[in-house]
Design a protein around this ligand. Structure first.
Ligand code: URA
Ligand code: SF4
Length: 207
């Protein structure tokens, strides 16, 4: 399960974001491409100062081939708006580029990517970070935190704090928007999410 070849050999050494986007559909770095409809590349300007990293595409993203366009994306849009962040000015991507799911009848149920998938897909994220060179990374949820901060990071204990990625990039971690979508205490959790994003804006200002 963990011995995927990984994406490294599929990531072009040059060509910028356009090059990544062109090469991504041919990735066979792990087994997730087989049952997905689309690969979902990151989106946003190469010169974005803020990069937000989610987990993996959901059902809608897989069908449409675009990042954060389903229910979690709609919530993210509202939260970004409330925090004064313009979606088109930030770079949005995921730790894993293909949708992992389980079939239940006609429905496709989200399944958390395994450590092996996160590791296999990491070269794409590393390449995106290398091209965009964001002044601040906003990590959305535990899976993305595992991918870029490391295992053992407790999102609920450290959300909103100023941290650094292992390569020194300034970062902050908050919850995943789909956790807010599902929340039993929606108003509170939406408010806390927006607060974390406002703090990210503040961190960016001082970066
Ligand atoms: N959840 C994510 O983490 N990313 C998406 O693109 C959609 C839902
Ligand atoms: Fe490649 Fe990532 Fe898709 Fe796996 S999930 S096939 S590593 S792009």
């Amino acid at each position: 399960m963990n011995d995927f070849t990984g994406a490294e050999q599929f990531v072009p050494p040059r060509g910028g974001l356009r090059g990544l986007r062109a090469a991504l559909p041919d990735c066979r770095g792990c087994d997730l491409w087989e049952h997905a409809e689309h690969v979902v590349p990151g989106e946003g300007p190469a010169r974005a100062r803020m990069m937000l990293i989610g987990e993996q595409p959901g059902d809608v993203e897989d069908k449409e081939g675009h990042v954060f366009v389903g229910p979690a994306g709609r919530l993210l849009d509202k939260a970004l708006d409330a925090a004064g962040i313009v979606r088109d000015e930030v770079y949005l991507t995921n730790a894993v580029k293909h949708f992992r799911y389980e079939r239940r009848g006609k429905r496709r149920i989200h399944k958390t990517p395994a450590a092996g998938h996160i590791g296999a897909c990491a070269p794409w994220l590393t390449a995106e970070l290398g091209i965009v060179k964001p002044a601040l990374v906003v990590v959305l949820g535990a899976v993305a935190a595992r991918a870029v901060v490391g295992t053992g990071f407790k999102v609920t204990e450290h959300r909103g704090e100023a941290i650094e990625l292992p390569d020194g990039t300034p970062a902050t971690v908050t919850v995943h928007p789909s956790a807010v979508v599902r929340s039993q205490e929606f108003r509170r959790d939406f408010g806390l999410f927006v607060e974390d994003l406002r703090r990210a804006v503040e961190l960016l200002r001082t970066a």
